[in-house]
Ligand binder design. Structure first.
Ligand code: IMP
Ligand code: MG
Length: 187
């Protein structure tokens, strides 16, 4: 796998598609045994989680599962703005239901907490979160996500739905921003 360049920045291969697929299967089994008989509603957080949600939803193979979408935006460029904008709302009645929030990545936890607060006002039975990636060192608010694909350091990554200013979502593998190395280290 080669490096890729976006916005003048170089990214190197980080998590291959085969490894992503393996962890998606593992998470699907965990979700199925935890809430497979509860007619869960998967709530995909757009835009970043669309690819992961499609793969996870299929892999779970729960007969009475449903999926819906909500859209939030908190990132500008490569850092969190700290405030979350809801761009597309939730229309479903979630009263008494098990909701599984599907996120691409939990970074500061602000988006996740905002979402949990919003859902809590609508009396669900239970809310759980499935995130492909989790940066534990960046978490400032809220609990640890219930289902986690990969725990990673607080580095900026792209691919498999994750973007840099809306680019790179279509990469099948995940890439990490390459650290600047001093000239002597490169030799
Ligand atoms: P949080 O609210 O700080 O937890 O950030 C959540 C959102 O920020 C995620 O759903 C992503 O859309 C975006 N995000 C966080 N870290 C990254 C990253 O490393 N690359 C791309 N997007 C990210
Ligand atoms: Mg997201």
């Amino acid at each position: 796998m080669d490096e890729v360049t976006f916005k003048g920045l170089t990214f190197e291969p980080y998590i291959r598609r085969e490894e992503i697929a393996k962890q998606v299967q593992r998470m699907a089994q965990e979700i199925k045994s935890d809430c497979g008989d509860e007619n869960p509603l998967f709530l995909c957080v757009l835009n970043g989680a669309f690819m992961f949600a499609a793969d996870l939803f299929r892999a779970c193979d729960i007969h009475d599962a449903e999926i819906t979408f909500i859209r939030f935006k908190s990132y500008e460029g490569m850092s969190s703005t700290g405030s979350v904008k809801q761009i597309m709302g939730l229309n479903e009645n979630i009263e008494g239901r098990t909701v599984i929030i599907v996120e691409d990545i939990v970074d500061t936890g602000v988006t996740a907490q905002e979402l949990r607060n919003l859902l809590a006002t609508r009396n669900p039975k239970e809310v759980k979160m499935a995130t492909l990636l989790f940066k534990p060192a960046s978490l400032t608010v809220g609990p640890r996500p219930e289902f986690v694909g990969f725990e990673i350091p607080s580095k900026f990554i792209i691919g498999y739905g994750l973007d840099i200013d809306e680019l790179a979502r279509n990469l099948s593998d995940i890439y990490v921003l390459k650290e600047d190395k001093k000239d002597d280290e490169q030799a």
